[in-house]
Design a protein around this ligand. Structure first.
Ligand code: HEM
Length: 351
């Protein structure tokens, strides 16, 4: 039995209670409305920069041609230009298709035993669709939230909100991206919980971000359509944070602070989690390098001559310390000093 999803769910419930109850004690609003959001954003920025620099430092000596497409070869062998581009322009097209359309996920297949012992492969379209809906809805919700941080609200944001609310149902009007986000994250969660093969390989680090994002979207939707948050107060808090003049008006319900706390936890957790695939996709050598190793000679930076440190040199460097702590040495100090006197003598003689 996989208990990881129960543990992750419990963790998110504890986070909910922490903020919901914590904001009601004296000083709670400052903690959840100012201190934690600032600490989270700093952790996010520093953490992401650190991880990216760390990746940037790892050497990538060779091209890793993608095995699912024919590399550029002899003129009569047809090259798979999208899967295995040999030029930078081709790589850019491959990256764009990957980042905007999740092309590799689109080509995913799942393998199942059917009718007893028949192995069949099926196109994994639902995961691709769910992932696409999730990411686009998330991005739209995020962009729309800028209206809380900007005064006056730019025209393009008003336009986006108009398109997002084109259904024109309810008051306040239903914004499609928020609902799609909640539906998509629910699908991605249920898929992990109910499909046995997926559940088997899922860790707490797979479930936790999904439950957390579910929490963010759920509290957001509760605030907008059900508990009707004081949007003016919420905007004052958001603007205060953005302009470094924090302000905490009364009357913005505890749910807002839970929403903000969930977002803060998500931000602080981001650099240490699988969510870093957002930056990692740009660093993937199977995607970002042209497969041109038949045309261009790539030289491994650690090919010979390699700088080495032999055991002899090592012992010369540490002999005294080794002898001091009782480690065996190949050349004793006395012998060495006698040798060196001899050799000095020799060289003096030669001179
Ligand atoms: C990862 C970041 C965030 C996500 C995914 C998110 C998600 C959502 C969603 C899905 C809603 C429901 C309504 C809608 O679709 O817009 C919502 C509403 C809301 N969110 Fe967020 N949110 C995020 C960050 C924030 C932040 C940082 C703040 C404030 C500082 C905030 C304040 C609010 C408020 C005040 C509402 C209610 C808006 C209304 O009544 O129109 N959210 N959020």
């Amino acid at each position: 039995m996989n208990v990881n999803y129960m543990v992750s769910l419990m963790a998110v419930i504890v986070l909910f209670l922490l903020a919901y109850l914590g904001v009601k004690v004296p000083g709670g609003q400052v903690l959840f409305g100012v201190i934690i959001p600032y600490v989270a954003i700093i952790t996010f920025i520093v953490g992401v920069i650190y991880r990216v620099i760390d990746w940037g430092r790892s050497p990538v000596p060779f091209r890793i041609p993608s095995t699912c497409g024919q590399q550029k070869s002899l003129p009569w062998i047809k090259q798979a230009t999208l899967d295995n581009p040999s030029t930078t322009a081709g790589v850019i097209v491959r990256m764009i298709l990957e980042i905007l359309l999740f092309r590799s996920l689109f080509r995913n297949t799942k393998c199942e035993l059917k009718e007893g012992d028949k192995l069949s492969y099926e196109w994994e379209k639902w995961l691709w669709l769910g992932a696409l809906a999730f990411h686009y809805a998330f991005a739209t919700v995020l962009i729309r939230h800028l209206r809380l941080f900007l005064e006056p609200v730019p025209v393009y944001l008003q336009f986006l909100e108009k398109i997002d609310g084109f259904l024109q149902v309810g008051l306040p009007g239903v914004l499609l991206s928020g609902v799609v986000l909640l539906a998509a994250v629910t699908y991605l969660l249920l898929r992990r919980i109910f499909i046995p093969q997926v559940r088997y390989i899922s860790l707490a680090s797979d479930f936790f971000p999904l439950f957390l994002i579910f929490g963010v979207a759920f509290t957001g939707i509760l605030m907008r359509y059900f508990s009707k948050v004081d949007v003016v107060g919420a905007k004052e808090i958001a603007m205060g944070l953005a302009t470094f003049h924090p302000s905490l008006p009364e009357g913005v319900g505890a749910l807002f602070y839970v929403h903000l706390f969930f977002v803060s936890v998500l931000l602080a957790y981001f650099p240490f989690s699988k969510l870093m695939h957002m930056a990692g996709i740009f660093f993937s050598p199977t995607r970002n390098l042209p497969g041109n190793s038949r045309a261009v000679r790539h030289i491994n930076p650690w090919n010979y001559p390699v700088e080495v440190h032999t055991y002899e040199e090592y012992e010369d460097e540490f002999r005294e310390k080794m002898v001091e702590v009782g480690l065996p040495v190949e050349k004793e100090i006395v012998a060495e000093s006698a040798e060196s006197t001899e050799s000095n003598g020799e060289s003096e003689e030669k001179e």
